[in-house]
Write a protein that binds this ligand. Structure first.
Ligand SMILES: Cc1cc2nc3c(=O)[nH]c(=O)nc-3n(C[C@H](O)[C@H](O)[C@H](O)COP(=O)(O)OP(=O)(O)OC[C@H]3O[C@@H](n4cnc5c(N)ncnc54)[C@H](O)[C@@H]3O)c2cc1C
Length: 409
């Protein structure tokens, strides 16, 4: 890769310029370069793909190994994403990873990870491949516009302003969370000024705030396994972690869209026992057995679940139906999502109506968008990275087709 700092005093011309070296931008670069174009990827940060690397810290969940009909239902923008995911879905993500020399494994829930779990070996191999394809990586290059096609674009760099000319522009600047990793959503202001329709960013895949009492302090950071979370008729099974500010984890993210809109969820702390069976168990409870002992020995609730039974239902009912409800339908009052900067991803961004099916801005022919900056949402489970790669690939190819169709090459 060329050293970005060595380039700053000159002006360069490319066929395709990509802004944002996250998974979407890198995939766009790969496919534009595979079409034989001169390609540069610029990123404001000192090194590429910082959020991708962060994603690998807790195990890089690349995709979910499930059939396309099931897989695609996890997106809220099924129709526009369908052709992109049909061409680059779970099978292709696995092939892509293995072609970069990284073995993958599928966990018990179908989630696919690189065997090494982290993202850095995959990123290294990918950057090497992009270099072989002739892609220029320009780090510490913050794009400052203009939002016009076929222009000379300005970048702020440590050595001052740099001008880069390109025939097509692909914007892959990410969503609006974890700003310290580069995706600060600042681009949204320029898009508003240019009259490009966007939906407001909201935190997705983020914890929900719950006002715990002091009583819950010993349980902060503890996981709740095998629970059922319900809200507005929807349910999710899986893991929840109790945090200082509330709850987080896969079971929370799976219901994110609904949890954001509701002030009350319900927890079933013993989903493996039916209500009728629990009713019978409580009826047979010995009078000298304390409720806490009964919950531990007979219902097999661990200390965190027992604490939640007492936390969420006050005062504790004495009748059997009330006790069943306290265990299987405990009210969980929600105080809204945690702050957007803590979100694993954000919903909102450039609206599909502003884009052609090729991901080109209708109002700005020659400018394409990809990745999390486009308005789609999905839970964790590998769906995020899959859609970023699929839209990046789509935009890279579409930019190449556009240049050849408009005879700009
Ligand atoms: C803690 C954490 C864990 C995650 N784990 C997973 C996971 O396991 N599986 C999964 O599928 N997803 C996961 N995600 C989400 C996933 O990482 C993101 O959805 C994905 O990185 C978005 O890709 P992107 O290319 O659209 O944008 P980003 O990766 O956000 O990249 C955008 C890039 O654009 C650059 N940029 C922005 N503005 C400018 C500008 N003006 N000029 C130049 N450059 C600019 C930024 O510096 C950044 O590098 C996780 C996220 C987090 C925070």
């Amino acid at each position: 890769m060329e050293n970005s700092l060595a380039l700053t005093s000159q002006s360069f011309t490319y066929d395709v310029l990509i802004v944002g070296a996250g998974p979407a931008g890198m995939m766009a670069a790969e496919h534009a370069a595979l079409a034989g174009l001169r390609v540069a990827v610029a990123d404001a940060m000192p090194s590429p793909a910082r959020k991708f690397l962060m994603a690998g810290k807790s195990g890089l969940n690349l995709t979910k190994n499930e059939d396309m009909a099931t897989f695609i239902k996890n997106y809220d923008a099924i129709e526009p994403l369908r052709p992109m995911l049909a061409e680059f879905g779970p099978t292709e993500i696995i092939d892509f990873t293995q072609n970069l020399g990284q073995e993958v494994f599928t966990g018990s829930t179908g989630r696919v990870f690189p065997k090494v779990m982290k993202a850095s070996p995959l990123l290294r191999a990918w950057l090497a491949r992009l270099e072989t394809l002739g892609v220029t990586l320009l780090c510490r290059h913050r794009w400052v516009g203009p939002l016009m096609a076929g222009e000379t674009y300005s970048f702020e760099t440590p050595k001052g302003r740099v001008q880069i000319q390109a025939k097509a522009l692909i914007l892959a600047m990410g969503g609006a969370s974890w700003a310290r990793l580069g995706s600060d959503g600042a681009w949204s202001k320029d898009f508003t000024q240019a009259g490009i329709a966007q939906s407001r960013f909201v935190a997705a895949n983020v914890g929900m705030q719950v006002a715990w009492s002091e009583h819950m302090s010993p349980y902060l950071g503890k996981p709740l396994k095998n629970i059922k979370l319900s809200v507005a008729g929807a349910q999710s099974r899986g893991e929840i972690v109790i945090t200082k500010s509330g709850i987080e984890g896969g079971a929370v993210y799976a219901l994110g869209r609904m949890l954001r809109k509701n002030a009350l969820a319900r927890l079933d702390l013993a989903p493996q026992i039916s209500g009728a069976d629990l009713h019978k168990m409580i009826s047979g409870r010995k009078p000298k057995d304390s409720l806490s002992n009964f919950l531990r020995k007979s219902v097999k609730l661990d200390a965190t679940k027992r604490a939640l039974v007492f936390e969420l239902t006050k005062p504790m009912p004495r009748d059997i139906n009330g006790l069943v409800a306290a265990i299987k339908n405990a009210p969980l009052p929600l105080k809204g999502p945690c702050p957007i900067d803590q979100a694993i991803s954000t919903a909102g961004g450039v609206m599909w109506d502003a884009l052609t099916p090729e991901l080109m801005l209708k109002s700005h022919p020659g400018i394409f968008c990809a990745g999390e900056m486009v308005d789609w949402e999905a839970p964790t489970g590998g769906y995020l990275i899959t859609a970023c790669l699929a839209t990046g690939r789509w935009a890279g190819r579409a930019a190449a087709d556009y240049l050849s169709a408009t005879a700009r090459l």
